[in-house]
Design a binder for this molecule. Structure first.
Ligand code: HAM
Length: 418
């Protein structure tokens, strides 16, 4: 037998309703915030992520699914949704259209990580991206969209942590201070972090190695090095969140695992799903569009992990509304009535009513049992008597009530119930 690859999961038919619920909530939230969907390819040129996500990140250094295609091009399965959306924004000249551009996606993403609860190698994200506004309003708008999505799902007890990691200007003085602090510990750090020391010392704060984590605990904090503009921006974001009634903590340790962030970064975190508690993360990334070859365009967004949301909802008892079963099951007692059942089911479906009949040669009793198991709302049994009289009984499964219905008017009867 061939098994599923490590770190991936099937969504089985009996669980798909959970995904539909979350995806529906995502689409409804996006609609409320006037966002349109974007779909970008599952694979892109590797270069996009090297420049977009950043070549000092764990994602690029250790986790990408990269391969050569038959044309000898280096291709990578997307490890996240932002870089592809940004590439498309530039390639399709969206900056010349109406701004801001607000878009969302629901996409698989791939990272070669060590699988554990809430951490997979193929996972799915609902993300939104907003291009064109440098205003703190946009940061707040995106954070409110994330919060609105989580509330719509019925999720409670998730904490919002925010931070600012500044811009190029403040990053220079911060990097200098950070290097000064880290220099005496260089010998104790992992080889990746030693490389990061010169290239991008901020990344060292995001290292998952215990030894490096210990060293960075006492490191200087970026929030103490923000320039006037970044500091004012961060304050305004906080005022807007407060004005909108959203509670938050300032967490100076949030640096995020991707290089493109500037100014505001944020995470919604739960303590009910183990070590991988971040259900949603995002922030501002004002340099990415330019980095990828577009005209300088401010941007801000977030992504939430669907598997982590499902885990959180299951662990905390947040219900997933079950999807409705078929509206009607038509049971047949003999060859002739089975043929009629099949014909009626075809007509019902053509009229937009979900319907089912037997395909397994079951007895009438077994057909009723099956109808009950699949959650059919009504069952109609056809036999010689019904066919002769032209009248059948529609049994409502919720309470057993029956209504006589002309066989020729079954479609009309169910249409009338809608
Ligand atoms: P991220 O924090 O890397 O940000 O991922 C966002 C979310 O995806 C995480 O909070 C988590 O719920 C989920 N996630 C990440 N890795 C895994 C994994 N291995 N298994 C399961 N779930 C995972 C980004 O991807 C940014 N592109 C977000 C963004 C959009 N920033 C601005 N715009």
């Amino acid at each position: 037998m061939i098994n599923i690859p490590k770190g991936t999961k099937d969504v089985l038919p009996q669980d798909a309703y959970k995904w539909h619920y979350i995806e529906d909530a995502a689409r409804k939230t996006a609609e409320l915030f006037n966002m349109k969907e974007i779909r970008t390819p599952v694979f892109e040129h590797t270069e996009l992520f090297l420049r977009g996500v950043g070549d000092t990140t764990d994602i690029v250094n250790k986790e990408m699914y990269t391969f050569k295609d038959k044309g000898d091009r280096s291709i990578t399965l997307k490890p996240e949704g932002t870089a592809g959306a940004a590439r498309s924004f530039i390639e399709n000249g969206m900056a010349a259209g109406l701004l801001p551009v607000k878009m969302y996606y629901i996409t698989p993403a791939f990272r070669y990580e060590r699988p554990q609860a809430g951490r997979l190698r193929e996972f799915h994200q609902f993300g939104i991206e907003m291009y064109g506004s440098a205003s703190p309003d946009a940061d707040a708008e995106v954070i409110f969209a994330a919060s609105s999505f989580l509330s719509r799902l019925g999720i409670k007890g998730v904490k919002l942590n925010i931070n600012s990691i500044g811009c190029k200007t403040c990053r220079a003085s911060y990097n200098a201070a950070l290097r000064e602090y880290l220099r005496p510990h260089l010998g104790e750090m992992c080889s990746t972090c030693r490389e990061r020391f010169d290239k991008n010392p901020l990344r060292i704060l995001d290292c998952k190695e215990e030894g490096c984590k210990k060293i960075t605990r006492g490191a200087p904090r970026i929030t103490d090095y923000l320039c006037n503009e970044c500091s004012a921006h961060f304050k305004k974001v906080q005022q807007l969140l407060t004005a909108g009634g959203l509670e938050f903590n300032i967490d100076p340790d949030i640096v995020r695992g991707l290089d493109y962030y500037t100014k505001t970064v944020f995470e919604f975190v739960s303590d009910s799903i183990g070590a991988q508690g971040t259900v949603c993360g995002g922030g501002r990334y004002d340099g990415l569009i330019e980095e990828l070859g577009g005209n300088p365009t401010p941007a801000v967004g977030f992504a939430a992990g669907i598997e982590r949301l499902i885990l959180l909802m299951e662990n905390t008892g947040v219900p997933f509304p079950e999807e409705r079963g078929v509206q009607v099951y038509i049971a047949g007692m003999d060859d002739e009535s089975r043929m009629q059942a099949f014909k009626i089911v075809c007509a019902l479906r053509a009229a937009g009513i979900s319907a089912e009949c037997d395909h397994m040669g079951k007895s009438v009793k077994a057909q009723f049992k099956y109808a009950d198991k699949i959650g059919a709302q009504y069952v109609i049994a056809l036999g010689g008597n019904e066919l002769a009289s032209g009248v059948c009984n529609a049994k409502r499964m919720a309470d057993g009530a029956t209504t006589p219905v002309m066989i020729s008017d079954i479609c009309g009867f169910f249409k009338g119930l809608e």
